[in-house]
Design a protein around this ligand. Sequence first.
Ligand code: SF4
Ligand code: SF4
Ligand code: SF4
Length: 339
Amino acid sequence: MTHTALNPNQLAMVMDLNKCLGCQTCTVACKNLWTTGEGQQHMYWNHVETTPGRGYPRDWRAMGGGRSGDNLHPGQLPSCDDSYGHPSRFNHSQVILNEGWKSTFLKPSAPDGSMPTWGPNWDEDQGSGQFPNSYMFYLPRLCNHCEYPACRDACPRAAIEKRASDGIVVVNQDRCNGYRFCAEACPYKKIFFDHLRQVADKCIFCFPRVEQGIAPACARMCPGRLRFVGRRGDSASSIHKLVEVWKVALPLHPEYGTGPNVFYVPPLSPEAFDAQGRPTGQDRIPISELVALFGESVHPALATLRTEREKARQGQASELMDLLIARDWHSNFKLGELH
Ligand code: SF4
Ligand code: SF4
Ligand code: SF4
């Protein structure tokens, strides 16, 4: 698949997975801004999942969707019971007010009072592998504002639009009839459903902010400074350099066929140890797992990252490392339109 965007003004995001802290500041920034309403409790337009892991909604990769050219693949609908879990309640007042001076712990409960068995961030930090070679990394996810959105093309009401000005994919809720074909078709399961209002809902790439030249909340608030936002065709933007020039930023699951406009710098591994605890020179994250996430392009991307990191270690100039460490943080965001 080519990564060349059709619209030079397409907005895109790059995230450097080597720097994500898993702090969920991005998740909370988005949640506070856009999804505080009734019916939106289970919605995390941005969330950060531990990888390897079952993800959110649970096992979303097994739910299908996506496309091959013009053909949409069948997909499943995530369910509240199995996929999202029900929004938990917490015994905050018991813990904070400590009534009766009894020692107590913060406990989640489902709306019916039972112990929840799944929810967002449920398998945080669980990871994979055996000690001392256990491994995990954080994978922040939002709608990819795809080049060929399966969600849009599955909607018989033409209720999903890819904006001509910036390529942001939005739901027109006045047209939405609640069929949820979009949620089945999105292979990333980033369409949510508001059961109260009976309409689809999703990340809007913070277009009301972007239109004023302000970066999306999830990117602007990130303390790891690992997010970059810009226009695909703007050769002066960091995202253009990372995606098109250095080719170290890759789409997630390119085989899903929708042409994501969110890209990831893949994680470099810590070294694995042998039974005596000596470094083996091998990567701890199996390369097959990174290939499964980002395709074969992950090989040259990791090679470039290692070469440039070594150059920087030896005191040589590296534009790539300067970009990735956010030496000039404000240049992470370049939102102006091309004319
Ligand atoms: Fe649509 Fe899913 Fe692509 Fe977002 S990630 S544009 S919801 S297909
Ligand atoms: Fe939420 Fe805006 Fe980030 Fe989308 S771009 S996930 S709407 S904060
Ligand atoms: Fe990772 Fe940044 Fe989100 Fe924290 S705010 S979880 S560092 S992407």
